[in-house]
Structure formats: structure tokens, C-alpha cells
Design a protein around this ligand. Structure first.
Ligand code: PHE
Length: 357
């Protein structure tokens, strides 16, 4: 019996995983284990022998069982220690910083403008940035000899040799979208068309690519009064003021008759712009009643339909609202200045929910 004891206690001490321990348990004290078989032999013994061997076997069984569970606990502790050694974490390390994106102010202002006009029933329309000279000029009542063509510092696309059709142009304004939208949709129509436009010009307030938003409303009896109301509502919402004074200045565009440039009352006290008060006037857009020839060119009958159009510089109103002094900053690659003007990734106005964040 001492042999059995030494054998199993030795094997248990040496076991180095739980399945080896389980095998030992079955071998020693399982139903057909060595100790159990020995216990079965008790029946064949004399009562005297049994009195000694019985308790001894029971004690041995208990001893082996407790050696098994002690060893099992030891193995579990060791496994846990091992895991903890492998998985340590230094909670004092500084966090990893992530780069933040910001929405570009032009995109933000375009969204703001679109949302404001959407509230007044204007849908957003788009047109190509490379357009034919028909859409950019002729259809808008700007014939070849017209000084407006020369004034617009147009970028012309290249034509292959021998192709003497008039070259396509980088659109100089968003007005061609008026024609394309009326062709597609007819009248009545109420759209705005934000987008990129191009002119060969570069200084503090001009970049060769900039952004405009066109407005167009055609119906049976649309007048300059409607234009004025729509623009007043827009300016109040965009500059976040309760009241604003607009001034229509007679002007000339080949595609509107009459034409007017629109100024808003403002002050520049201390170098910062305040809209709606003061003695200064700020020009923000060109506008007018769509010329009958333009309607005709777009397939809309001018005896039946009339309406207004306007074109506004998005970069310009972005500079004004956010106090950005140099237009060229919009197109620099360094975005740190954006943060300086308070643009953050979370400040995104949407067509559907106003300003979030
Ligand atoms: N297209 C004109 C410009 O670029 C602006 C404008 C649009 C004027 C619509 C009148 C009507 O200067």
C-alpha cells in the first residue's frame, strides 16, 4: 500500500496539465482504478485483515483525492500567472492622437445656402464645369462680339487642329445652368445651382477658380418684388440677423432685363463686418428679370412665363460671414487656418437638420 501511495503522489506532483491529472485520477481512484480494485478485494479478507486494510485504503483514497485537487488548483494559478505576464497593459501610456478632418468652409457655406433656399422651395441643380460657348454665352444673350465675353477672362479649352468649331470653355459663371435646367424641366421652375466657375484672375479677392450660386424662379407672374423678398429672407437667415436693408442698384447683364446689383447695409467698425446696420453698403450679387431671349433659347415661351435670376459669389459671402480677409486662403493646402476661423468637423449644417453640434 505504501508503494501505491508513493507511486501516485509522485505522479501527481509531476503532472503538468489538467488532462494528465484527470488520467491519474481515473487510473487511481476511478471506478476501475487501482485503489477501487483493492477495495473490492476487502470482501475476500478475514474480518481482522479487513479492519486494518479498510481504513487504510480509505485514508489513501482521501489522500490521493486531496493531492489531486491541490495540484489542480496549483496548475490553475500557474496558468493565470502566465496569462497575466503575457497580457500586461501600461495604463500610464499617453493616448494615441487621431488626425481631425474639417469640412471646408466653401462646402459648409454651400450647404448653408442650399438649406436656406430649400426652405423657400428651391431645388438644387447642377451643370458641367466645361461647357460649350452656346451655354456659357450665346444662349444667355451674350453674342460673340459682346464686350461681356472679353470682360469675363475666359479660359478656353483646346481644339484639335483643323477643328474650327468654337472651343468649349471653363464656365465663367453658373448662369449656363439656368438654360440647362429650363431645357430639362421647363416652367414653372425654382432652382439654385451652386458650383465652381473659372476666370483668369488672381489677387486678394480673386482666384482663377471660385464658386457661385445661381438662382432661378420662373412662373406666370414672378416679379422683382418676389426677388427682393427671397433675397431678404436669404440674407437674414445666412448672416443670422433679424433685419436687413437691401439696395437694388441699376446695372446691366445681357441675360436679365431689367438688371440690378444688390447691396446690403452694413458697418465695418473696428474692421469687423456687421450686417444690417451702419452706413456702408456691401455688394453681394447680380440679378434681374430673365431676358425673354434667354427664356426662348431654353425653350420656355416668354409670352407665358417670366421670372428672376441671380448669381452670388459663395467665396465672397463665406469671407464676409467668417471674417476671412484673403480669398486665396481657401485654396491653400494648410488647413490650420481653418481652425483659426472656428471651423470644426462637427459643425456641419445639412439640408435636413440645420446646424448640428
Ligand atoms: N452671371 C452673372 C455673373 O457672373 C451674375 C448674374 C446671374 C447676374 C444671374 C444676373 C442674373 O456676374
Amino acid at each position: 500500500m505504501d508503494d501505491l501511495r508513493d507511486k501516485y503522489l509522485g505522479l501527481i506532483a509531476e503532472a503538468n496539465d489538467e488532462s494528465a491529472l484527470e488520467n491519474l485520477r481515473v487510473q487511481a481512484v476511478g471506478k476501475k482504478g487501482e485503489i477501487s480494485l483493492k477495495m473490492r478485494e476487502l470482501g475476500k479478507m478475514t474480518p481482522e485483515e479487513r479492519q486494518i486494510a479498510g481504513p487504510a485504503l480509505n485514508a489513501l483514497k482521501d489522500e490521493i483525492n486531496s493531492a489531486l485537487s491541490a495540484k489542480k488548483a496549483g496548475l490553475e494559478d500557474a496558468a493565470l500567472d502566465e496569462r497575466l505576464r503575457g497580457e500586461w497593459l501600461d495604463v500610464t501610456l499617453p493616448g494615441r492622437s487621431r488626425r481631425h478632418g474639417t469640412i471646408h468652409p466653401i462646402s459648409q457655406v454651400t450647404e448653408e445656402v442650399s438649406a436656406i433656399f430649400a426652405d423657400m422651395g428651391f431645388a438644387v441643380a447642377e451643370g458641367p464645369q466645361i461647357d460649350s460657348d452656346w451655354y456659357n454665352f450665346d444662349a444667355l444673350n451674350i453674342p460673340g462680339h459682346h464686350p461681356a465675353r472679353a470682360e469675363m477672362d475666359t479660359f478656353y479649352m483646346h481644339r484639335s487642329e483643323g477643328d474650327d468649331r468654337p472651343p468649349h470653355v471653363l464656365r465663367t459663371h453658373t448662369s449656363p445652368v439656368q438654360i440647362r435646367s429650363m431645357e430639362k424641366q421647363g416652367a414653372p421652375i425654382r432652382i439654385i445651382a451652386p458650383g465652381r466657375v473659372y476666370r483668369a484672375d488672381y489677387d486678394q479677392t480673386h482666384t482663377p477658380m471660385f464658386h457661385q450660386v445661381e438662382g432661378l424662379a420662373i412662373d406666370k407672374d414672378i416679379s422683382m418684388a418676389n426677388l427682393k423678398w427671397v433675397l431678404e429672407e436669404f440674407v437674414k437667415a445666412y448672416f443670422e440677423v433679424d433685419d436687413v436693408e437691401l439696395r437694388f442698384r441699376a446695372s446691366h447683364f445681357p441675360f436679365t432685363e431689367p438688371s440690378a446689383e444688390v447691396d446690403i447695409r452694413c458697418s465695418w467698425e473696428g474692421g469687423t463686418l456687421k450686417v444690417g446696420e451702419g452706413d456702408d453698403w456691401l455688394e453681394i450679387l447680380g440679378s434681374g428679370m430673365v431676358h425673354p431671349k434667354v427664356l426662348q433659347n431654353a425653350g420656355v415661351d416668354p409670352r407665358e412665363w417670366q421670372g428672376f435670376a441671380f448669381g452670388m459669389g459663395i467665396d465672397r459671402i463665406a469671407m464676409l460671414k467668417y471674417g476671412i480677409p484673403d480669398l486665396r486662403a481657401f485654396f491653400d493646402s494648410d488647413l490650420r487656418w481653418l481652425r483659426h476661423y472656428g471651423f470644426s468637423a462637427l459643425d456641419v449644417p445639412t439640408l435636413h437638420g440645420g446646424l448640428s453640434g
